[in-house]
Design a protein. Structure first.
Ligand code: FAD
Ligand code: NAD
Length: 474
């Protein structure tokens, strides 16, 4: 296909939202072009987000475990050394393998992959400044904005990705900093704090709110998480706001004060070798030429869409981080499939009440559905059942007993309302909760489903038992 031919769908952005939509549209027999300026496909997630961070989390956990958790298992190890360059290489191997894999999938599905930066000329034509030089224009019957997001900067503290970093710098440090301050105790903050703390940095997390974990984490789970992370050596300053920063000296200096509702700080200055800014992400639409088509953004820079992902120009749609909803790769993926279905067939579906969240710390934290505070705020009655991993036989054999499963259910109908897990493999276990919630299961349905023994998943079943009757092993 030539770039001058009119496409059924032109996609701007080759991240999870863009490349999944491209594959799906290719499968549906549509003529598709996908424009990506990064030079590789997969967007934030594959290049500088989900994938590299999970490589670092997995391998730093392994290193930390070898250092601190082998003797009691009867394993004696000799000299253990970290080779940071090779540790980073392992991450790069995972990233390259996956981004190349996506490129193959686009080819396989007949998608034209255009390497360059796309911008609207008018409502149907997208101009591409090609990475290799020159320019081309693609015309689309439909256009999908899938340009994703970028880190929200901290005012007055210039990012250099060496000493004042975003997550992109945090997955690529060349040296282990002695001290690190993380501004923002959300998911990025806690995952990256875990990595560098395990490798030897002294890490302090400064969080504006009275609770870590970012939006959506159940308060009881957040408290347990904080306790466990503290035991691992992380320091927390909650209800604390950073007022200003200065990186002119050897150390980066931050002035902090009590946020509204917090206790006044005794010390108002903290310094660190490296400061990670992790206060959220914002939609990225710069350079897209939205002004040429009169496209509106909301007050947070999100592309405004309707329930079928249409902007006010109906054949231009938007999915993923650039628009509403949680900034998660699997949410972007669901939307990407649904938006193609809307274009091709006129109907699609994403259940926004049933999108799981996982924080890949140790232990992992995962949840789906409503939290206890959500239910309280809405005055929805609920019943709680919990089951601790300390009473689960597999967790015992694995010497991995911290955490618990918590289920929330409707007291009348017993319908599952939310699942919250902190514990080993929580990120995998939440799939069961997600399926149950999607199918409208009751906790009795779960409790009466046979689970293999000995598995961690038995804790899931027993939490369901505890919600509608009594757990057997606790
Ligand atoms: P993006 O992945 O940001 O992709 C957008 C792409 O569009 C980019 O590649 C960009 O270069 C390109 N682009 C932008 N403008 C143009 C243009 N004008 N022309 C051409 N190309 C353009 N989510 C999870 O679910 N699980 C995780 O474990 C997880 N971990 C994360 C860890 C980190 C450190 C970060 C930062 C994020 C993480 N996320 C995670 C979030 C996840 O990465 C995003 O939700 C996801 O990438 C959103 O996909 P997207 O396609 O909407 O946007
Ligand atoms: P976040 O919104 O999850 O957390 C930001 C935290 O920073 C919040 O707790 C907020 O209260 C705090 N904060 C904001 N301003 C502050 C300030 N001035 N001082 C101190 N604290 C401040 O954002 P994030 O952690 O940056 O992550 C961005 C996005 O990426 C999220 O949507 C997240 O879901 C996604 N992500 C997901 C994963 C995952 O699924 N495992 C991993 C990484 C990132």
């Amino acid at each position: 296909a030539s770039a001058s031919e009119e496409k059924d769908l032109v996609i701007i952005g080759g991240g999870v939202a863009g490349y999944v939509a491209a594959i799906k549209a290719g499968q549906e027999g549509m003529k598709v072009a996908c424009i990506e300026k990064r030079g590789t496909l997969g967007g934030t997630c594959l290049n500088v987000g989900c994938i590299p961070s999970k490589s670092l989390l997995n391998n730093s956990h392994l290193y930390h475990q070898i250092l601190h958790d082998t003797k009691n298992r009867g394993i004696e190890v000799g000299d253990v050394k970290l080779n940071l360059a090779n540790f980073m290489k392992a991450k790069e191997t995972a990233v390259t393998g996956l981004t190349k894999g996506v490129e193959f999938l686009l080819k396989k599905n007949g998608v034209e992959y255009i390497k360059g930066a796309g911008s609207f000329v008018n409502e149907n034509d997208v101009k591409v400044a090609l990475n290799d030089g020159g320019e081309t224009t693609v015309r689309g019957k439909n256009i999908l904005i899938a340009t994703g997001s970028e880190a929200t900067p901290f005012p007055g503290l210039e990012i250099d990705e060496k000493r004042v970093i975003t997550s992109t710098g945090a997955i690529a440090l060349e040296k282990i900093p002695e001290t690190m301050v993380v501004i923002g105790g959300g998911i990025i903050g806690l995952e990256m704090a875990s990595v560098w703390s395990r490798l030897g940095s002294k890490v302090t997390v400064v969080e504006f709110l009275g609770q870590i974990g970012g939006p959506g984490m159940d308060t009881e789970i957040a408290k347990s998480t904080q306790k466990l992370l503290k035991k691992q050596g992380l320091d927390f300053k909650l209800n604390t706001k950073v007022i200003s920063g200065d990186k002119s000296g050897d150390k980066v200096k931050l002035e902090v004060d009590a946020a509204k509702g917090g206790k006044p700080e005794t010390s108002t200055q903290i310094d660190a070798d490296v400061v990670l800014v992790a206060i959220g992400r914002r939609p990225y639409t710069a350079g897209l030429g939205l002004e040429n088509i009169g496209m509106e953004l909301d007050e947070r820079g999100r592309v405004i869409i309707d329930s079928e992902y249409r902007t006010k120009i109906p054949h231009i749609r938007c999915v993923g981080d650039a628009t509403f909803g949680p900034m998660l790769a699997h949410k972007a993926e669901e939307e990407a499939v649904a938006v193609v279905e809307y274009i091709k067939k006129g109907f699609g579906h994403v259940n926004y009440g049933c999108i799981p969240s996982v924080m890949y710390t140790y232990p992992e934290v995962a949840w789906v559905g409503q939290s206890e505070q959500d239910l309280k705020n809405q005055k929805i009655p609920y019943r709680v059942g919990t089951f601790p991993f300390s009473a689960n036989s597999r967790a015992k054999t694995n010497m991995d007993t911290e955490g618990f499963v918590k289920m929330l259910a409707d007291p009348e109908t017993d319908r599952l309302l939310g699942v919250h897990i902190i514990g080993p493999n929580a990120g995998e276990m939440i799939a069961e909760g997600t399926l149950a919630l999607e199918y409208g299961a009751s906790t009795e349905d779960i409790a009466r489903t046979c689970h293999a023994h000995p598995t961690l998943a038995e804790a899931f079943k027993e939490a369901a038992m505890a919600t509608n009757a009594k757990a057997i092993h606790f």
